[in-house]
Design a protein around this ligand. Structure first.
Ligand SMILES: Nc1ncnc2c1ncn2[C@@H]1O[C@H](COP(=O)(O)OP(=O)(O)OP(=O)(O)O)[C@@H](O)[C@H]1O
Ligand SMILES: [Mg+2]
Length: 278
């Protein structure tokens, strides 16, 4: 983490592609920040699936049932508007999202926003609020296609995708609105330990894309059962091995290293003195 700043910092997990690991990554980033003693607010913009919300609910229930003290974020869900008229609906979504974020940023060091895996007005608003935007992608050219089109023979970048253009658009609005920028990181998720050739190829293309499309490349998470199986208990890697929650294996240690690698690359500013865990 870098220099001190008083303002709270907003981290957004976004990608129009469903199932790329946004909610899983969001929960692990939240846990990593809380483990350092920061106060964290969370916003779920995916009111249909509510994965992040359910993760947090499961965590609360697990802690109560097992008489554990687990840190929890201050959570909000912002659902799409039910207004018939498009202009009214967009104004309503803008109001409610901004109100939720205002409340959370007033008392939390970080706010983590989880976007749905599709384009929509709320998702776009969410992207526009990001100080740091993280886009997890599965390690496949189908997912990379969501960032830019790539020549099949040369692997040259032919042009940016709708999603990349949407991020640029939000960056532009952001700059005009408050003069600040969005630090965009793309992170590879579910990296296979077996398919080394594909991994090298996609890695090379992503490196090329980073400069062209305007993002930083972050180290990703491997394909590991542990990222999936803790959901029902609302636990994360960082809750393991403390003698109470669950025990650890070598794969868990490696996964923690991956999470540490991601957090280090994010270089989030230290927004305030860490609140001491009670
Ligand atoms: N590194 C990983 N290893 C193994 N499984 C993973 C990993 N990351 C995510 N998963 C699994 O992949 C699926 C999709 O993950 P997740 O729900 O986090 O994606 P998402 O981008 O939030 O999806 P959506 O767009 O539908 O909201 C889930 O079943 C999750 O448990
Ligand atoms: Mg999700």
């Amino acid at each position: 983490m870098a220099v001190s700043e008083p303002k709270s910092h907003i981290v957004v997990l976004g990608n129009e592609k469903g199932g790329s690991g946004k909610s899983t990554t969001a929960m692990h980033i939240v846990a990593a920040l809380m483990a350092e003693g920061y106060r964290v607010g969370t916003v779920d913009l995916d009111s249909r699936q509510r994965t992040l919300s359910r993760y947090i609910d499961n965590r609360r229930v697990y802690a109560n049932r097992n008489d554990l003290t687990l840190p929890l974020p201050e959570h909000r869900i912002v659902a799409p508007s039910s207004a018939d008229n498009r202009t009214d609906a967009q104004a309503d979504e803008y109001e409610r999202l901004n109100a939720a974020v205002r409340e959370l940023t007033a008392v939390n060091d970080y706010v983590v926003i989880d976007c749905p895996g599709s384009d929509g007005h709320l998702a776009r608003l969410g992207h526009g609020l990001a100080d740091t935007l993280i886009t997890p992608v599965n390690d496949s050219f189908i997912d990379i296609d969501l960032l830019a089109s790539v020549d099949p023979d040369t692997f040259d970048v032919a042009g940016p995708s709708h999603y990349a253009e949407m991020v640029w658009e939000q960056r532009k609005h952001r700059l005009l609105r408050d003069g600040s920028s969005i630090d965009w990181l793309v992170m590879r998720n579910r990296l296979s330990s077996l398919d080394a050739r594909n991994k090298r190829r996609t890695g090379r293309v992503l490196e090329r894309l980073a400069g062209r499309v305007g993002f930083r490349l972050a180290p990703g998470f491997g394909e590991r059962v542990i990222y999936r199986e803790l959901f029902l208990q609302g636990l994360t890697l960082l809750d393991l091995g403390n003698g109470k929650a669950r025990s650890m294996t070598m794969s868990h240690v490696a996964a923690r290293q991956e999470l540490r690698g991601l957090m280090n690359t994010l270089t989030l500013p230290k927004v305030s003195q860490p609140a001491r865990a009670s």
